[in-house]
Write a protein that binds this ligand. Structure first.
Ligand SMILES: [Zn+2]
Length: 306
């Protein structure tokens, strides 16, 4: 069945790029609503932004969603990952600024909030997106993202960084809420000290600190507490991939393979999948095929996929 949250869950924090304080409220929503962000500080034009792959407007530093009136919300991937892995289908996420609070750089606060408040089962069956054909997108330097048919949702991720503090890491994760809580949720975003300094010089990363990111420099982890897992880096990439794939609008049943992939490639992969009608179909446990419009109910945002 579909799920929403039992009650409003509030998160206060700062945006990692803007440095702005933000309050985010995850609110219950009815069946077939999906996930929508509402910019409560936007008074002119449309303040509603759908958490969908075709609303992604920037992926350079994080995943940014936007609507036709230019309202945006950035760094949505970690909260989307928590919602998706915990099986939350329908929520309205109110936010009073342009960026989701970074919290500790992982999805742990979001998962804790969801677990503490609890989920509500709705009287409607969940619909899945079953991958029927392999879809591949390539990037620079051997980067690759793939979706393959499979009977469960699985992430296979490999990274290869020059800095020996990260190096080459590979991990396979069968997505489940228990596994996510145990192995993935607490893994933080990361960066090189040189990149952090460059971002700062460009006026970005203003809210970033060792409290919300792992920072490495020439083989060293600069955070006083060290890592939470020896391979925290690739685990965080899995966290990101789950969040970016959640923008499909329904849970994906398939195997994702990411090699040095990032937000942009995962979004390109979803767009490539959706653009090929034979490569996927909506499916529920009982009835195999559901019309495309079924997940697009609040209004006709985009049922046409480019
Ligand atoms: Zn991330």
């Amino acid at each position: 069945m579909q799920h929403t949250v039992k009650d409003v869950i509030t998160f206060d924090g700062v945006g990692v790029h803007s440095g702005r304080k933000a309050r985010m409220r995850i609110c219950p929503a009815p069946a077939n609503y999906g996930v929508w962000f509402k910019r409560v500080d936007v008074t002119e034009g449309d303040s509603m932004i759908p958490a969908r792959f075709d609303a992604v407007c920037d992926t350079r530093l994080c995943t940014v969603l936007g609507n036709a009136d230019g309202a945006t919300v950035s760094t949505v991937e970690h909260v989307m990952s928590a919602l998706s892995a915990c099986g939350v289908d329908n929520v309205l996420i109110e936010i009073d600024g342009p960026e989701v609070p970074i919290m500790d750089g992982s999805a742990e606060h979001f998962v804790r909030g969801l677990a503490k408040t609890g989920l509500l089962s709705l009287d409607e069956e969940r619909v899945m997106i079953r991958v029927l054909e392999t879809v591949v997108v390539d990037g620079e330097g051997g980067a690759r993202a793939e979706l393959h048919p499979a009977d469960e949702f699985e992430i296979d991720f490999e990274i290869d960084f020059q800095d020996p503090a990260i190096g080459r890491q590979h991990r396979v994760f069968k997505v489940s809420s228990d596994g996510f809580v145990d192995d993935i949720a607490d893994c933080r975003t990361f960066g090189h000290l040189a990149d952090v300094e460059r971002l700062r010089a460009a006026g970005l990363g203003r809210g970033g600190s060792l409290d919300n990111a792992v920072v490495v420099d020439n083989g060293r982890v600069l955070n006083p507490g060290g890592l939470r897992h020896p391979d925290e880096f690739v685990r965080h990439k899995i966290l990101d991939a789950i969040g970016d794939l959640a923008l499909a609008g329904s849970p994906v049943m398939g195997r994702y393979v990411g090699v040095k992939a990032g937000h942009g490639m995962t979004n390109r992969l979803l767009r490539a999948l959706m653009a090929r009608p034979n490569a996927w179909r909506f499916e529920s446990a009982e009835t195999p095929v559901v019309p495309l419009v079924a997940r697009d109910r609040r209004r006709e945002y985009t049922t046409q996929v480019a």
